[in-house]
Design a protein around this ligand. Structure first.
Ligand SMILES: Cc1cc2nc3c(=O)[nH]c(=O)nc-3n(C[C@H](O)[C@H](O)[C@H](O)COP(=O)(O)OP(=O)(O)OC[C@H]3O[C@@H](n4cnc5c(N)ncnc54)[C@H](O)[C@@H]3O)c2cc1C
Length: 498
């Protein structure tokens, strides 16, 4: 029987008056930084406005079912990947089930593509669906670039470089072949397709665009080839399922942080940040706290509202993306009788439905495992269906229309039977804004734009003693991305602190 996640977390009541590091927000970025710093012996306080930690990677109880707040797919637990690296440094023990098939993609023409993890199997599948010309060469190049990105991400602790000494460090950690790979940051993913003659295959371009939308938040023309290749190979690394929902991953982090003396304060909203002579003063609804250092785990759009503009470096204002460049999401939570649940948990379904708002041309459904009795009573399964919303300021979401059209579509591709549905609810950008306070309810992180090269993204050090992590900071969106950003913020702070 599902248990209410509120019981997993012990919130401290009395704010300390002073602390080494105040961490704003308890998203996965913040928790990664907090876990490393607490393990290294720093006095850490995490201030989270919600009644549960995790932000967009969390789970909540509704009508007896456990639903995910955002993220449903989990990558990053393989050796050498950032999430695993953070967990190794902090000694976080965690078990997740590796998925046999990471994802199915349902094209508009009814064809179904199996996103095998095995690279050769995947190439054969891509050739079956899109024709053999250029596929093998394209995917081999993507694998090579993607491996390069993952291999360098954890060792490049001072990326993006902020001064000459960072640059020297980055150069010292690089090999000549790294530079050859790095040049793909200047090319678009479209260029990669063109290299292999795939840009004139409309079905393949559509496929790539929808896959990029969920992993890099943009399209073949905007996502650079380096990040594009990494995003496209998402399913070629270990994809994992967490029994009980991703809140269990969050719990593994908060338990570890507590063991190492870190403190979590829930329902504690940071409303203002001021500079004192040698420290920072954070004003919260539970009182003030003086911190030698701050790590902000909230989007920089939100951070800018808490702090006097004069205390922030000019680069931050320049690099903060306006809401009209960001995406939100609409999500349908469903509980249904699990008589014949699809064995593959994640499906992307391409469509041409008129949903009444601008976004993507696909929906993404993630089922809980049918064996997972921590998320619903026996015989019932839960699922989340989500899609993008662009033009956040002008989009009005008709939740009923969205629900109706999505259920019809799922039924038409054989992924759900209307008569099995026991419960539904729909969340839109206003709900995410309530849950996380994120500006205009934008989620999924900063989209990739070709005008922003990886080394031009917002670095983890905002200024001395003020650091940032999360999905508006390099390297951007997704659990592996924010885990890396948290690790980089912690490393920067440690090297300045010592
Ligand atoms: C629908 C959806 C589907 C997604 N799917 C996937 C997926 O399948 N796989 C994947 O890897 N990623 C996915 N993502 C992206 C991923 O969830 C996020 O990129 C990641 O969780 C963001 O983490 P974060 O640490 O940047 O911030 P957040 O999760 O936003 O955490 C920030 C925290 O700060 C708190 N906070 C905000 N303001 C304050 C304040 N003033 N004081 C105190 N606390 C504050 C918030 O309550 C929140 O808990 C998805 C996101 C969504 C929305």
């Amino acid at each position: 029987m599902p248990e209410n996640p509120v019981h997993y977390f012990k919130t401290e009541e009395q704010l300390p008056t002073s602390i080494d590091v105040a961490i704003i927000g308890a998203g996965l970025g913040s928790l990664s930084a907090a876990a490393i710093l607490a393990k290294k012996g720093l006095n850490v306080a995490i201030l989270e406005q919600n009644y549960l930690p995790g932000g967009c990677t969390s789970s909540y109880l509704r009508k007896g079912y456990i639903f995910e707040t955002g993220a449903t797919t989990l990558v990053g637990l393989d050796e050498g990947m950032p999430l695993k690296a953070v967990m190794d440094i902090a000694d976080i023990q965690f078990k997740a089930e590796k998925l046999k098939i990471p994802m199915l993609v349902h094209l508009k023409n009814g064809q179904i593509i199996t996103r095998y993890q095995d690279r050769n199997q995947w190439i054969a599948e891509a050739e079956r669906v899109f024709g053999s010309s250029g596929q093998k060469e394209f995917w081999e190049q993507c694998f090579q670039l993607s491996d390069f990105v993952w291999n360098t991400s954890v060792k490049q602790k001072k990326f993006p470089p902020q001064n000459f000494s960072d640059l020297l460090y980055c150069a010292y950690k690089s090999s000549p072949s790294d530079l050859l790979n790095a040049r793909f940051a200047f090319k678009s993913t479209f260029h990669l397709l063109k290299n292999h003659g795939l840009h004139e295959n409309p079905q393949f371009v559509d496929f790539v665009n929808e896959q990029l939308k969920i992993t890099a938040q943009n399209n073949v023309y905007e996502v650079n080839a380096l990040f594009g290749a990494t995003a496209l190979c998402y399913t070629n690394y270990g994809n994992y399922y967490v029994h009980g929902g991703l809140i269990q991953l969050v719990k593994a982090f908060t338990d570890n942080i507590a063991i190492n003396g870190g403190k979590l304060f829930l329902k504690t909203t940071v409303n203002q940040i001021d500079k004192t002579r040698n420290s920072w003063k954070l004003t919260t609804n539970k009182g003030d706290i003086i911190a030698k250092n701050i790590i902000s785990g909230i989007p920089v759009n939100n951070l800018a509202r808490l702090i006097d503009e004069a205390l922030l470096p000019a680069f931050l204002q320049k690099k903060t993306m306006p809401v009209n460049k960001l995406n939100g999401a609409v999500q349908l939570g469903i509980a249904f009788k699990s008589s014949d649940v699809n064995e593959v948990l994640h499906h992307q379904i391409h469509h041409d439905l008129a949903l009444g708002f601008k976004g993507s041309n696909s929906i993404f459904i993630s089922y809980a495992s049918a064996k997972d009795n921590k998320r619903a009573e026996e015989g019932i399964t839960v699922a989340s269906v989500s899609t993008h919303v662009s033009d956040l300021e002008n989009s009005m979401i008709d939740k009923e229309l969205f629900k109706e059209k999505v259920i019809e579509k799922l039924q038409s591709v054989g992924l759900l039977k209307k008569e099995d549905i026991a419960y539904t609810h729909v969340s839109d950008p206003h709900d995410w804004q309530d849950w996380t306070l994120r500006e205009a309810g934008f989620v999924g992180g900063y989209p990739q734009f070709k005008s922003v090269l990886p080394w031009q993204m917002i670095p983890a050090r905002i200024s001395k003693s003020l650091y940032a992590c999360g999905d508006s900071i390099y390297p951007g969106q997704g659990i592996p991305g924010v885990a890396l950003s948290g690790m980089l913020a912690a490393e920067r702070l440690l090297s300045d602190f010592n």
